[in-house]
Design a protein. Structure first.
Length: 164
């Protein structure tokens, strides 16, 4: 990869990071509670899914981690960074594995949402030292499937319009 291509890729990744950060901000403004503390729509995952389909997994991971750190510093706190990082890493591994296995963009996005929620439940259980937080699992998993599917639909639509 020559210098021009590296610069272009760096700009694209910066743009994806910016979009993911903006989606994090928008998500922080949307009241999506449904009785579960910390529940969110997963809008920033759109950037990660798009990157997984268009670029390398390393690029998607970098943007995902940058977005978590920046959004945590700007809109959250250390706990939000901890919860998001743990959920995102488990989610990311599942998405990469299932994409490699040939799962569709919808299935990969749905698995990302579900495993993100599982990761966050595990962190919460460790922090509060009780498995009672698992009571939130059914609603988190169901909403994760729904929102993950919707993010997959959006990603599929955007992939048609993004340049290769």
């Amino acid at each position: 990869m020559n210098r021009s291509e590296k610069t272009q890729k760096m700009i694209i990744l910066a743009l994806f990071t910016t979009v993911a950060l903006l989606l994090s901000y928008v998500e922080s403004l949307v009241p999506f509670f449904a009785g579960v503390p910390g529940m969110k729509l997963g809008l920033p995952n759109l950037a990660v899914v798009l990157l997984l389909w268009r670029y390398e997994w390393k690029d998607a991971l970098l943007v995902n981690l940058m977005r978590i750190i920046l959004s945590g510093l700007l809109f959250g706190n250390m706990f939000s960074i901890l919860f998001s990082t743990c959920g995102a890493l488990i989610s990311f591994v599942s998405m990469c594995f299932l994409k490699k296995c040939g799962l569709s963009i919808y299935g990969v996005s749905m698995s990302g949402a579900v495993f993100h929620n599982i990761g966050q439940i595990l962190v919460a259980a460790c922090i509060v030292q009780t498995v009672a937080v698992g009571i939130y699992a059914p609603i988190l998993l169901i909403t994760g499937l729904i929102t993950g599917y919707l993010i997959g639909v959006l990603a599929r639509i955007l992939l048609v319009h993004l340049p290769k």
